[in-house]
Ligand binder design. Structure first.
Ligand SMILES: Cc1cc2nc3c(=O)[nH]c(=O)nc-3n(C[C@H](O)[C@H](O)[C@H](O)COP(=O)(O)OP(=O)(O)OC[C@H]3O[C@@H](n4cnc5c(N)ncnc54)[C@H](O)[C@@H]3O)c2cc1C
Length: 483
């Protein structure tokens, strides 16, 4: 199919998938009001790939695939290609202020990174490695949109999967035949699942233990696969209220639980089968962490930059942007944006080619710094929005339309700012509330805290693997020796 348009993306979703919202089966996800705005925001990303001003960054003629593909799907082999990938991530992120955490590029680059490490999957078997390579080519050629579901339900953390009160709750292989494997059970949390094309499952965290073999499977299936149910959380979208809820009316990505009822996954979609040692090494040894963190940090830089600018304009609106205490706050915000910006640039400057596959990887630890501090910085910036808005955040009228009602003049006077009229200041405050006070805003704080997994586990992993550890230890020991 090649590089898709937004309309092609939307048309592809009318496929009789089984999506449940508030106890009702959704007949057509593209016509469902709770999903419409988010689907349109995603469609815009596909359309951007056809716009002259973005084409060179977002689309690349791929030697690997033999036709034009989305930039995120490209397996980078030069520094220039790596930097262009980051530019593409930022270009898409700017179109949604960094609010679409699971825009298609996130999983596109994840699949490219898995395909780049064919040798890893070949350790399981040549068939599984071929399945992965072919599947990557299929995704890239058809410009598909994936979601993923890694986690098991939060059951008893003191027990292994097969020791739970019902060993069938966590997703596991219950059968296999000549056609494929049969899976039954539950996975979470698949953001954007109701309107994704495909679902990737790879169990996480990588701490599987003997006895859990049935649960150790990596595979992908179309979202309309028979037996696959998607169960949605409540929508936080506000319909038709773009000026009153500038973000949540456009960018609310629905999170979902996926339930498998004896789902047949064909062998050509199975990448790891009941292999605990391989699965436990997958996150680290496929080097997906490097290439996906490059995308997530580029996106978060855009989001933090957007919020920094919001706090700045809110300060100006009150005539306090040059007061020392406010300048300090704005400087704190700007520095947090720059830390995120530096992680991707530094990772590129320290990138190295893996001799095993000829792929260039950005530096892991530079990127992990962004993943470790993102969950700290994001709530800090949101606190600044609250601090800067003060009581005015709860002074706004129900609707921006009220400025054109009989009470318009009163509202204008009540909300007028330093060098800004009441209408424009109210618009700023509405935006501020959407990110710091709405359900959408609360979900985003949770997202930034969790999207790359539990922060304490991430930091423990850094300490385990920190590549520059020995250099620092040697330096310290040398100093001690010299005393
Ligand atoms: C908005 C949002 C979107 C998401 N989107 C996706 C997605 O698209 N795909 C996907 O696969 N996942 C997604 N996730 C899931 C995300 O990866 C997880 O939420 C994250 O990894 C944390 O895992 P958890 O939710 O199971 O929390 P847990 O790991 O259960 O953590 C809950 C608490 O328990 C503590 N804890 C956990 N284990 C132990 C232990 N053994 N001993 C002591 N304390 C413990 C933790 O420190 C934490 O305080 C999303 C999450 C959110 C919030």
């Amino acid at each position: 199919m090649g590089i898709r348009t937004g309309q092609q993306f939307i048309a592809g979703l009318r496929d009789d998938r089984e999506v449940w919202y508030n106890g009702q089966r959704v007949a057509d996800v593209t016509a469902f009001p709770e999903f419409r705005a988010s689907i349109e925001s995603l469609a815009k990303l596909y359309d951007m790939q056809h716009e002259a001003e973005h084409l060179d960054v977002l689309v690349v003629e791929s030697g690997e695939i033999g036709e034009p593909i989305g930039r995120a799907y490209e397996i980078p082999r030069t520094l220039e290609q790596l930097c262009l990938k980051r530019e593409a991530y930022a270009t898409w992120a700017k179109s949604n202020c960094g609010m679409l955490g699971r825009s298609p590029d996130f999983l596109n680059v994840m699949m490219a990174s898995l395909a780049a490490k064919r040798s890893f999957f070949a350790e399981g078997s040549a068939e599984r490695a071929d399945a992965l390579s072919n599947y990557y080519r299929y995704l890239a050629k058809n410009d598909l949109f994936m979601t993923h579901a890694l986690l098991d339900p939060q059951l008893d953390k003191g027990k292994l999967r097969h020791e739970q009160s019902d060993p069938g709750i966590c997703l596991r292989a219950v059968d296999k035949n000549a056609d494929g494997i049969v899976l039954d059970g539950i996975k979470r949390i698949a953001t954007a699942a109701p309107y994704a094309d495909e679902l990737l499952v790879w169990p996480f965290p990588p701490t599987f233990q003997p006895g859990e073999e049935d649960y150790a499977n990596v595979f992908a299936i179309p979202m309309n696969t028979p037996g696959l149910k998607t169960i949605c959380r409540p929508s936080f979208a506000h319909h038709g209220a773009a000026r009153d809820f500038p973000l949540s009316s456009r960018f609310d990505e629905i999170d979902a639980t996926v339930v498998f009822d004896n789902v047949l996954v064909p062998w050509d979609r199975v990448f790891i089968y009941k292999d605990i040692p391989l699965l436990n090494r997958m996150y680290r040894d496929t080097r997906m962490r490097e290439l996906t963190a490059h995308q997530t940090n580029a996106r978060l830089e855009v989001k933090l930059g957007f919020i920094y600018a919001l706090v700045h304009r809110m300060a100006e609106a009150q005539g306090i942007a040059t007061k020392p205490n406010v300048m300090e706050m704005l400087g704190e915000a700007a520095m947090r944006v720059e830390v995120l910006r530096s992680t991707t640039r530094s990772a590129e400057a320290q990138a190295s080619v893996d001799p095993e596959n000829g792929v260039i990887y950005p530096d892991l630890f530079a990127l992990q710094a962004g993943r470790a501090f993102g969950p700290i910085f994001y709530p800090e910036l949101i606190k600044m929005v609250r601090q800067m808005g003060g009581g005015a955040l709860v002074q706004v009228p129900v609707s921006m339309d009220e400025f054109d009602s009989p009470i318009g003049e009163d509202i204008e006077k009540a909300l007028r700012g330093a060098s800004i009229d009441g209408r424009r200041k109210t618009q700023l405050l509405k935006l501020a509330w959407d990110i710091c006070g709405s359900e959408f805003g609360a979900r985003h704080e949770l997202y930034e805290m969790n999207y790359a997994g539990d922060r304490s586990a991430l930091l423990a992993g850094v300490e385990r693997e920190y590549g520059r550890k020995q250099d620092w230890l040697d330096h310290l020991d040398g100093f001690l020796e010299g005393l």
